[in-house]
Design a protein around this ligand. Sequence first.
Ligand code: ZN
Length: 193
Amino acid sequence: MNPSLILVFMVGLIFIFIRMRSRRRPPVAKPRPPMQIQGKMVQTYLHPRIGSACLADSELQFGPGFRRKESPELPHDPYCRCAIVPFNFTSSEVFNGALRRLVKIDSSIPGLPLEPARLLISRLKILAGKPLPASESAFLEACELKSFPDAYQAQIQTFLRERYAHEQHPPPVNTEEKAEPLAPSPSVTDSGS
Ligand SMILES: [Zn+2]
């Protein structure tokens, strides 16, 4: 037999052998560690003297994996009661709503659910950029008081009246003096949760 033919035959055999081996053993897939999403979220405390910066930063997420990297400087103003809450979730936890569940808006209105609290914040945000309505009733109308759940309308009305009174006499800008601390509402600590 021609030696070069034997060589070709041998090389062919080796080639087939290697192919079969590589097929039999699929590459072992290393389990990938779940992707972590780390960041922080601003939780605003909603009260009648809340400032526009607190309103704007409510639910703000920031951190290494977010568009915004830096924390806002707290307190936003002398009335600010915002808190920064760190979180660390896997991507699948985020997919399943972990960030949505982290959203919390405590408020001076006892037990106010998240959705009306959000609505109130968005109304106050819109109004913050406009001249103050001439009367309290015009202010209540601009806040669309009637669109809030019946169960909370009386409390939201009280809230908005206080808000209006506060907006009529805004605190002086650039003062070193600290505003008097908010008196803790007796109903904030109970029944809210
Ligand atoms: Zn704040």
